[in-house]
Every structure is written in C-alpha cells, then in structure tokens.
Design a protein around this ligand. Structure first.
Ligand SMILES: Cc1cc2nc3c(=O)[nH]c(=O)nc-3n(C[C@H](O)[C@H](O)[C@H](O)COP(=O)(O)OP(=O)(O)OC[C@H]3O[C@@H](n4cnc5c(N)ncnc54)[C@H](O)[C@@H]3O)c2cc1C
Length: 195
C-alpha cells in the first residue's frame, strides 16, 4: 500500500504502526496558524488600485501583515497566468492565507488544507530517516513530507516510490531522468533503483 496523503492522515489509517513509523510520521509538523486557507473569488477590491496595476498586468500580489515574516497574503491573479481563466468577464483570483476582507457574495470556493512546516529539522533529519520505514510491512510513503514541498518533487516522490516497489521508470527525457535519480537517491539512499 502506498500512502500519498499527509503524514498525520497516514498515522490515523495505519493499523498498529511500528515505533519508527509512529516516531517519523508524528514528527512531521503542519502549520496551524497561517497558510491553511485559500479562497477562489472575483472580489478585485482586495488588490490595490495604484500604478502597479496588478489586476490587468500582474501574475500575483503579495501583502505582508503583522510581525511574523511569513505572515503574508498572496492573491494569484489567474486571468493573467492561465488562458482558461480569461473565459469569464469577471476577474479570476485565488487568495492564499487571506487577511483582507473578501466579499462573501464574490467568493466561489473556500478550501482549507495543511501546509507542511518545511524547516531545517525536516530537511536535515526527517527526509533521511523515511527510508527506514519504506516498504516495511508492505507500506510505502510519498508526498511533500517525504521530500521537498513543491509540486514537482512531490510528483517525483510518487514515481520514485513506485520505482522502488518494483515499477519501471516511464519517461525518456534525460533531464527528467537525472532529476528522478537525484531525488530518488535523497529518499532511498544508495539502495535506490536508479532509472
Ligand atoms: C495554495 C498553494 C500554492 C502552492 N503553490 C505552489 C507552487 O506554485 N509551486 C509548487 O511547486 N508548489 C506549490 N505548492 C505546494 C504543492 O502544491 C505541494 O507541495 C504538493 O501539492 C503536495 O503534494 P502531496 O502529494 O504531498 O499532497 P497533496 O497534493 O495535498 O495530496 C494529498 C492527497 O491526499 C488526499 N487525502 C488526504 N487524506 C486522505 C485520506 N484519509 N484518504 C484518502 N485520501 C486522502 C487529499 O485529498 C489529497 O488529494 C502550493 C501549495 C498550496 C497549498
């Protein structure tokens, strides 16, 4: 079985986790105060109306608030990023970690999620010990908590886990293969089945 969900979800699903599984999975931390909500909306009053002209020209807009350096609100201005988002006559905005007022009548969807705390401990310790629980009792792990928190590396972590549990590597591109081997080795060490 491959667990591709957050570590805390894995821990609730696993039947009788071993001590190393319990230690490693419960050591992964998720942000609880900030960075756990995103809103899809068309309330352009959230953007400044100044010489930067974010609404018609920018791909995103960032506002800091409070004392924490990572307390920032980002509005992704999707109609300036993606062709599909230009099909509507309304602005297409996604505000991450909302701090400004967003008119509920202009909000289409609110989503909450857990954002991993990607700190020195995670990178220097936890990533390196995951290999000791991989494949134990026929369970495997992939996703942001097993590598680095980005779309590409999370995808590669899934490919590497499939490879390590016996699958073929499916792509021909040499640069992609190099990246796959690099990240696979970080996850699985010298035992990684390189492509
Ligand atoms: C708002 C935002 C913007 C981002 N922007 C970027 C960016 O620009 N570039 C970039 O590289 N990265 C970006 N990231 C980070 C990137 O999206 C994540 O690192 C990546 O999606 C994590 O992948 P994952 O597979 O680990 O987890 P997820 O993509 O979260 O997938 C986990 C899946 O498990 C499912 N799941 C959870 N619990 C269970 C359960 N009990 N049973 C079954 N399924 C379950 C969930 O529904 C989810 O589909 C962004 C993240 C956020 C939140």
């Amino acid at each position: 079985m491959v667990f591709a969900c957050n570590a805390n979800q894995t821990l609730t699903i696993l039947n009788e986790p071993s001590r190393p599984e319990r230690f490693i999975l419960s050591s992964i931390r998720y942000e609880t105060e900030l960075h756990h909500e995103a809103v899809v909306h068309f309330d352009s009053s959230i953007l400044p109306d100044n010489e930067m002209k974010p609404l018609p020209t920018r791909s995103n807009h960032i506002e800091h608030s409070g004392g924490r350096p990572d307390n920032y609100e980002i509005t992704y201005i999707m109609h300036n990023q993606q062709p599909w988002a230009r099909q509507s006559d309304k602005p297409c905005l996604v505000t991450y970690n909302p701090r400004s007022f967003i008119n509920e009548g202009r909000a289409l969807k609110r989503r909450s999620f857990q954002h991993i705390v990607h700190d020195v401990r995670h990178v220097s310790l936890l990533i390196n010990v995951f290999r000791f629980i991989q494949g134990q009792k026929r369970t495997w792990h992939c996703g942001a908590h097993t590598l680095v928190n980005s779309q590409e590396t999370c995808f590669v972590s899934g490919l590497a886990t499939a490879r390590q549990s016996g699958a073929d590597y499916p792509f021909a591109d040499p640069a992609a293969k190099r990246s796959f081997n690099y990240y696979g080795s970080i996850m699985y060490g010298s035992r990684f089945r390189r492509a």
